[in-house]
Design a protein. Structure first.
Length: 761
């Protein structure tokens, strides 16, 4: 594949450009023949096309016209045909798969997909020009000529359908791309595309950690892992080729090549998927948003439950450089009674900052193992930064090159100055995990898997694939290597990763990258987290206060509130980040916020159990929790934290804001004020944000502790938020039937039920 539109190393690749290039040969799906009901497959025929210039009133366009082959010798098909397969993997999961090549390679195990079995309880009704495949949850109508696939739900509601050339009636022949593939005139390589209908009332969500508007309708996204150097950009650390629609379905494109998703940007009636390979492998999942997410994560994996301590505070900055600094931070945390579980050492724990060699500085960390043991006795854990790139001055550089553990290009040389670990090579993974094992033996609890977005596109990988296939796959392989090494050494695992691809949710957790220290930086990173949650990731975090510069105190106050209601929380970025470096009032607020976070730990861990089981995110866009409420479709500045807590952070220097409340009555978590459904202007309390629960909600809490190890679970109480205090005991049983909670807390649930009132929490 020719790498087009790359001006700089690491630039995105826009695979859609090939579909608008004069000189390329286009093959558009026409009709399906030889349908085999036993194998649920048929022969899909394609018409040869070219883009022909059309002049009209001082303007030109390039529309599709039938073409004749000029190839020599005349052994290449004028109008090729390929087998297309229709499969089901659940009652609500349908797969359509086609390879645009007569020489299909042998199937290999996908690193993206979980092992899945075909679903066979499918009812088929075949007619002269179509076939209808149906299950208890969906029906798929396949029209033979012209070829079309129509997706309906179990009630017969039209969800979406494939578009073909007969659907474009307004001279937009050059904009709407039907199911097709293009053959490059420069390399003869192939890329594929398909367009699905987009309805006037439709809203699209997902596609990874996208920092642009939460509703993707009208947007065009490039799915290519990239270090965007911030969160206020359309580029993504974590593009995921999966999205869901408000009409009741999701679409997963199974590929690792660059993709472009156009959601009505070029042509408003079409959602077009452009894929950078000669195959099209689509999974359609029906149901409400949570059912769609469960179906998608059944295919690509769910996030395992992280250890309890990981839900505590991770204290960090750029960067702690010595044992002396680490011990000072611990002493200050204890002196100021601030709960915390993890001290993170970023780029400064090596002899030379940023020069990752997996060894502590001898001078600044004279006995790291003793330091870690001492901290562990006090309930604290250590996390360490590292990255998979090695500069020529790194002592490990020559070893990596000589042992062929780094990515090379077609000439056997490095694609760039740095040696980049080739995680498609089992020997590289073994070498890398041995380095981490040494750190785990010293007592380290977690590894920050930073970077991973820049796998060389011009590389030739041990897998036998080029960088075109391995670039997006690199974060998944990287995440897996770190997670597996941690699990093997520690018996439990959590990583802190920046890059991701489909399936990376199996290796939690991920954070939102290098965010600006601004109001818009705070909002945009929240958009990214909510979008990632609708892409199969249960756990996510962000650098509280922003990363790039010293955090303004006023912004830090508001951002900390959002941090309380995030699955995982870390204070990180340009120094100082420690609360005692700011005003006394800020220090007091920080303490209260963190104490409440640790009081909330039973709720957080109980919700995490449920999220891991179902593949749902802890931070949920309002649409995800309330898909039938049209008022929630475009809300992106408030969210649900688990099943019960609605969070509305303050994104500017204000003391009140408009909050949208779905049906029912809602009680503010800290002030106990009651609000009815609809829009309300709500005053923020002294916690610097707004949080509400539905009337009748029960929240389990414990007394605050300095670390999760120190939590006294016998102090557990269940706070019932209601205006009917005399009915506490009568409704609590029903509540627990609807909620999942840690097994260790089950025995306590009947004894500690109180009404939440006044300042009781």
């Amino acid at each position: 594949m020719k790498i087009t539109n790359m001006e700089y190393l690491g630039d995105e690749i826009d695979v859609s450009s090939a579909f608008y290039t004069l000189g390329n040969t286009y093959f558009l799906a026409s009709d399906l023949t030889d349908y085999d009901p036993e194998r649920q497959s048929g022969t899909l025929n394609f018409l040869r096309m070219e883009r022909k210039g059309r002049y009209s009133f001082v303007g030109c366009s390039a529309q599709f016209e039938k073409a004749t082959s000029w190839t020599f010798p005349a052994v290449y098909p004028e109008n090729p045909a390929f087998r297309i397969q229709f499969l089901f993997y659940a009652a609500n999961i349908f797969r359509m798969y086609i390879v645009f090549d007569d020489h299909v390679p042998e199937a290999v195990e996908s690193p993206i997909l979980e092992p899945i079995s075909e679903y066979t309880q499918v009812h088929a009704m075949q007619y002269e020009n179509d076939v209808i495949l149906s299950t208890t949850e969906m029906s798929v109508h396949i029209s033979f000529s012209p070829f079309r696939v129509t997706l309906k739900d179990k009630n017969g509601k039209l969800l979406t359908r494939t578009l073909n050339t007969t659907d474009s009636a307004c001279l937009h022949n050059d904009k709407m791309i039907p199911l097709s593939f293009v053959q490059s005139y420069t390399t003869r390589s192939k890329q594929s595309a398909i367009s699905l209908s987009l309805m006037p009332d439709e809203h699209i969500y997902g596609s990874g950690e996208s920092f642009t508007r939460l509703d993707k309708t009208g947007q065009r996204l490039t799915l290519y892992t990239k270090d965007p150097h911030g969160s206020e950009t359309r580029e993504m650390y974590k593009p995921i080729p999966f999205y869901m629609s408000s009409r009741g379905y999701g679409v997963f494109t199974h590929t690792s090549t660059p993709c472009v998703f156009d959601f009505g940007s070029d042509y408003q009636e079409a959602q077009t998927v452009f894929v950078g390979e000669n195959a099209l492998d689509l999974f359609f999942i029906t149901g409400d948003p949570k059912e769609v997410l469960t179906g998608y994560t059944n295919l690509t994996g769910k996030s395992p439950l992280p250890p309890l301590w990981s839900f505590g505070l991770w204290m960090s900055r750029i960067t702690y450089r010595s044992e002396k600094e680490v011990r000072e931070v611990i002493n200050k945390l204890q002196e100021n009674q601030i709960p915390c579980d993890v001290i993170h050492l970023d780029t400064g724990w090596f002899e030379e900052e940023w020069n990752c060699d997996y060894k502590f500085s001898y001078e600044r960390f004279p006995d790291p193992q003793k330091m870690i043991q001492d901290l562990r006795q006090d309930g604290y854990r250590i996390s360490l930064w590292q990255l998979p790139y090695f500069t020529p001055t790194n002592r490990l550089f020559k070893e990596l090159c000589q042992n062929k553990l780094a990515v090379v290009n077609a000439d056997g040389a490095l694609p760039a100055e740095d040696a980049v670990l080739d995680f498609s090579n089992p020997q590289t993974v073994t070498w890398y995990q041995e380095k981490l094992k040494t750190l785990f033996q010293q007592g380290v609890s977690a590894i920050k898997a930073d970077f991973g977005e820049a796998a060389p596109i011009t590389g030739v990988y041990h897998s036998g694939k080029s960088g075109f296939y391995e670039h997006n796959l690199y974060p998944l392989r990287y995440n897996k290597a770190v997670f597996d090494a941690t699990k093997e050494s520690k018996g439990e695992a959590v990583i802190w990763a920046r890059s991701a691809w489909a399936g990376s949710q199996r290796y939690p957790i991920h954070w939102g990258g290098d965010t600006e220290n601004t109001d818009m930086g705070m909002l945009s990173v929240l958009r990214g987290g909510l979008s990632l949650g609708m892409s199969g990731f249960s756990y996510w975090s962000h650098d509280i206060g922003g990363f790039v510069r010293q955090t303004p105190e006023e912004l830090y106050r508001r951002w900390m509130f959002m941090g309380i209601f995030t699955s995982h929380m870390r204070c990180h970025g340009a120094a100082p980040k420690e609360p005692w470096a700011f005003s006394d009032s800020f220090l007091g607020l920080f303490r209260r916020q963190m104490q409440f976070r640790y009081r909330l730990m039973p709720y957080i861990f109980g919700q995490a159990i449920k999220c891991s089981e179902l593949g749902h995110p802890m931070m949920r866009a309002m649409f995800l929790e309330f898909p039938d409420d049209p008022g929630c479709n475009s809300i992106e500045d408030q969210y649900m934290f688990g099943d019960d807590i609605l969070v509305a952070p303050l994104f500017t220097e204000i003391r009140e804001r408009n909050v949208y409340l779905p049906e029912g009555e809602w009680i503010e978590l800290f002030t106990r004020r009651v609000y009815k459904s609809g829009w309300s202007k709500i005053q923020a309390g002294d916690m610097e944000g707004i949080a509400l629960v539905r009337e009748g909600t029960v929240i389990p809490m414990v007394e605050a502790a300095l670390t999760t190890d120190m939590i006294n679970w016998s102090t557990l109480k269940y706070y019932w938020f209601t205006q009917q205090k005399d009915k506490v005991q009568g409704t609590i049983v029903d509540y627990f039937k609807r909620r999942t909670m840690p097994a260790t807390l089950e025995a306590l649930k009947d004894e500690k039920i109180v009404a939440a009132e006044g300042n009781s929490i």
